[in-house]
Write a protein that binds this ligand. Structure first.
Ligand code: RFL
Ligand code: PHB
Length: 395
């Protein structure tokens, strides 16, 4: 068994783990990242696309914002489509000047990987059998195997950044956790294609056939989604069937101008609201999807992960710099306060825009009334806009 020593052992090289590693490194705090998959596999997962301004600021702080500023698309609004017409939500005007940046999670991860490599920091890809030890005691450590060989990392803290299916949350005794969960009865079928976007801003569409979302990655690459039955298989959906279904769920003008092409990625994601409380157990911290999941409608998943990492990096910097445990002790409470607001917003926006056959005709009428109210009331639009661009860190 080879033994390494570090200050913070980070499990998972998704956006949470890599961003935490970079911020800690900038502050002179040593860390090792252990990732089960290969780097190529991590980059192959097409996920989030919309960054809040505070997430962009954190990427800048980590020294990885350059390409995001050069290539990201800054959006001051988006459109809600229902009843055959589109209605713009002026995010910039309604929030006193805030905007969002459309820049894919894949690119954020790529930038963080490059920064980590050029700083010469250790990332172990292909780390199997990761196990956490003594995080409620005095000598925390993490063991893993690499190419069949056993390894151990002795550390001060463990950051569980290993997503919803990771080992970190699963290592906490169930009685120490409170779990809150809602699983939706439908999924999102997503397609990535090298086609120009149907419109220069995102379109969230509520249609009697189901929800649709038109997003993008660049001026030549689109990311589109349609609500689909939870148990559909990707193989059931030809490209032609996807484009037909998307077109039907848009207003006539967008349907007319939609440019189609071969898909370069196609996948179905389930929708879930999930929170595990608390987010700290002794020297173990959970961050990102390891602790909470939102349905993607509000574009909050990646942004919440970044917010956790912001609180956690500050807490650890305060600990090593001033030997103060205040940030560590308040980590869970500070994160959860804002997380629950994003959970509420994502649940509400999902309810407003998706088809729920079980609510019947009255459910559809009430949904339409709320959409009408939302686009005609400045107060209602403002509430929506301030959640979409991201709530402040301290209430
Ligand atoms: P990630 O990205 O899941 O990264 C966790 C990493 O941990 C590794 N791992 C392990 N490593 C070592 N040992 C183990 N035992 C391990 N178990 C797991 C994994 O291989 C992985 O590399 O979590 P992180 O960093 O917290 O980042 C969170 C974001 O990825 C997530 O919130 C968003 O992508 C959520 N999400 C979306 N958010 C949006 O805002 N918009 C979207 O359109 C959107 N689409 C999605 C999504 C999440 C999805 N998931 C989780 C299945 C679509 C999907 C399919
Ligand atoms: C995306 O571009 O993948 C995306 C954008 C907005 C969302 C969800 C996903 O709300």
């Amino acid at each position: 068994m080879t033994t390494q020593r570090t200050q913070v052992a980070i499990i998972g090289a998704g956006p949470s783990g890599l961003l935490l590693g970079q911020l800690l490194h900038k502050a002179g705090i040593d860390n090792i990242v252990l990732e089960r998959q290969t780097g190529a596999y991590v980059l192959g997962r097409i996920r989030a696309g919309v960054l809040e301004q505070t997430t962009c600021a954190l990427l800048d702080e980590a020294g990885v914002g350059e390409r995001m500023h050069a290539e990201g698309l800054v959006h001051g609004g988006y459109e809600l489509c229902f009843g055959g017409a589109r209605h713009r939500i002026d995010l910039h005007g309604l929030t006193g000047g805030k905007r969002v940046t459309v820049y894919g999670q894949t690119e954020v991860t790529r930038d963080l990987m490059a920064a980590r490599a050029s700083a010469g920091l250790t990332t172990v890809y292909g780390a199997k059998d990761v196990a956490l030890h003594d995080f409620d005691g005095a000598a925390p450590s993490v063991t893993y195997t690499l190419n069949g060989e056993p390894h151990s990392v002795v550390c001060d803290f463990i950051a569980g950044c290993d997503g919803y299916h990771g080992v970190s949350r699963a290592s906490v005794p169930p009685k120490a956790l409170s779990i809150y969960e809602k699983v939706y009865q439908f999924g999102w079928l997503g397609v990535l294609a090298d086609t120009p976007p149907v419109s220069h801003e995102l379109i969230y569409s509520n249609h009697e056939r189901g929800f649709a979302l038109c997003s993008m990655r660049s001026a030549t690459r689109t990311r589109y989604y349609v609500q689909c039955p939870l148990h559909d298989k990707v193989e059931q959906w030809s490209d032609a069937a996807f484009w037909d279904e998307l077109r039907r769920r848009l207003d006539p003008q967008a349907a007319e101008s939609l440019v189609t092409g071969p898909s370069i990625e196609k996948s179905i994601a389930p929708l879930r609201s999930f929170v595990a409380e608390p987010m700290r157990f002794g020297s173990l911290f959970l961050a990102g999807d390891a602790a909470h999941i939102v349905p993607p409608t509000g574009a909050k998943g990646l942004n919440l992960a970044a917010a956790d990492v912001r609180f956690l990096s500050r807490a650890l910097i305060e600990y090593y710099g001033e030997r103060s445990r205040a940030g560590i002790d308040h980590y869970s409470e500070k994160c959860l306060r804002r997380i629950w607001k994003a959970e509420r917003f994502s649940w509400w926006f999902t309810g407003l825009t998706h088809k729920f056959p079980e609510t019947g005709a009255i459910g559809q009428k009430l949904q339409r009334a709320e959409l009408d109210y939302l686009v005609s009331s400045r107060a209602a639009s403002t509430a929506m806009a301030e959640n979409y661009v991201g709530l402040p860190f301290e209430a």
